[in-house]
Design a protein around this ligand. Structure first.
Ligand SMILES: NC(=O)c1ccc[n+]([C@@H]2O[C@H](COP(=O)([O-])OP(=O)(O)OC[C@H]3O[C@@H](n4cnc5c(N)ncnc54)[C@H](OP(=O)(O)O)[C@@H]3O)[C@@H](O)[C@H]2O)c1
Length: 336
């Protein structure tokens, strides 16, 4: 299964994409060029990754070198938390398209369901003197979505989706949308398999994209010393004995097993790597077949909500936002 058809447009979304979070601009340009040369055709970025310009430069070079066309590529980017309101959608999307040097993106996602007030000069969240983020509690997904639909009609984006939304937040958009969300991007890996949300997406023709499909091993260093985060909570999925055993059974690597496990379940994966060797490794996930027994053993690794890495509590005060989407670790309450 190398691509999945999106509802409503029938566009093909490649089941493997290149993740680009934490890939710095000076490295990402050459990484994207390497990835495109290797055969990657799907790139996942976001306003917040600060690398859209470098990605745009790489894509332009690849096209002008005659290696392919824009139509060969599937580019995803995301509306940031600081632009999560109807009046800001167009401003951010147009800026992002300029940075990417593109007329359109293939997929535009609302990055997170909550919104922060924006420092208009820096385009970053406004943080109060006590370190808490200035929450825009008036976040209104339906109003934001309407503007995204207009942008889709005008051809600035081909497909629309959301990221880090829970089921009731998606339902809310679906009730008033002309075009229902086509893609949901969520944290999804062997320790956090999101079965219920995935079932809901299957029932509603929403393609699921797994972020952190390898358990985001690099996030551990990134989050050290961040508010409300302990590096102890980070899993080592690549080092799990069962993952190594299955990898040995097929002459594959742990990363290939973790990615195959997801694409075999019709989930899109977007592993990030800036190493040529690992970029190649992460592509070779379609040429073997895990047995039902192996799949079932990996399914048993699911820790449910306890497996979540990205709860966004490093943005101090975010859980007070009315649209904070997750169960809070200390109370078990679902904020919806
Ligand atoms: N929507 C959201 O809120 C959200 C949140 C997080 C991430 N994302 C997206 O999802 C993408 C993937 O998530 P992620 O980057 O957090 O985690 P990930 O893809 O699970 O893991 C990336 C880390 O694994 C390493 N790695 C990659 N391939 C490997 C391999 N074959 N063997 C061993 N290590 C390997 C990478 O290091 P090297 O670079 O050194 O290879 C990097 O440190 C992001 O880049 C971003 O595009 C979205």
């Amino acid at each position: 299964m190398k691509s999945l058809k999106l509802s409503q447009t029938n566009d093909e979304m490649p089941t493997l994409g290149l993740g680009t979070w934490q890939a710095p601009p000076d490295v990402i340009e050459s990484t994207v060029l390497k990835a495109l040369d290797l055969g990657y055709r799907h790139i996942d970025t976001a306003f917040n990754y600060n690398n859209e310009e470098a990605i745009g430069a790489a894509v332009q070079k690849w096209i002008s070198d005659g290696k392919g066309t824009r139509e060969d590529l599937f580019i995803t980017t995301k509306l940031p938390h600081v632009g999560n309101r109807a009046s800001d959608v167009r401003k951010f999307l147009e800026l992002q398209l300029r940075r990417l040097q593109m007329d359109y993106v293939n997929l535009y996602l609302i990055h997170v369901p909550f919104g922060f007030f924006c420092d208009p000069k820096k385009l970053t969240p406004i943080v109060k003197s006590d370190g808490e983020y200035e929450l825009d509690s008036k976040t209104n997904h339906v109003e934001t979505w309407k503007v995204m639909e207009e942008c889709q009609k005008e051809g600035l984006v081909k497909n629309l989706g959301v990221s880090n939304f829970n089921e009731s937040q998606i339902r809310n958009i679906m009730q008033s949308a002309t075009l229902a969300p086509q893609v949901l991007q969520i944290e999804l890996h062997a320790y956090f398999q999101q079965r219920e949300l995935r079932d809901f997406c299957t029932e509603n023709n929403i393609v699921v994209t797994a972020y952190a499909p390898l358990g985001s091993p690099g996030a551990k260093d990134h989050f050290v010393n961040k508010y409300n985060y302990s590096p102890d909570v980070f899993p080592d999925l690549l080092g799990l004995p069962i993952v190594k055993e299955v990898a040995d059974n097929h002459g594959k690597t742990p990363a290939q097993v973790l990615l195959h496990f997801l694409v075999k379940q019709q989930i899109v994966v977007i592993p990030k790597s800036t190493s040529e060797h690992r970029l190649k490794e992460n592509m070779q996930i379609y040429d073997f077949e895990m047995t039902d027994d192996e799949m079932n053993r990996l399914k048993k690794l699911d820790k449910g909500e306890k497996g979540r890495i990205f709860n966004f509590l490093f943005w101090k005060g975010v859980e007070k936002h009315p649209e904070y989407p997750f169960k809070l670790p200390h109370t078990g309450d679902l904020k919806e």
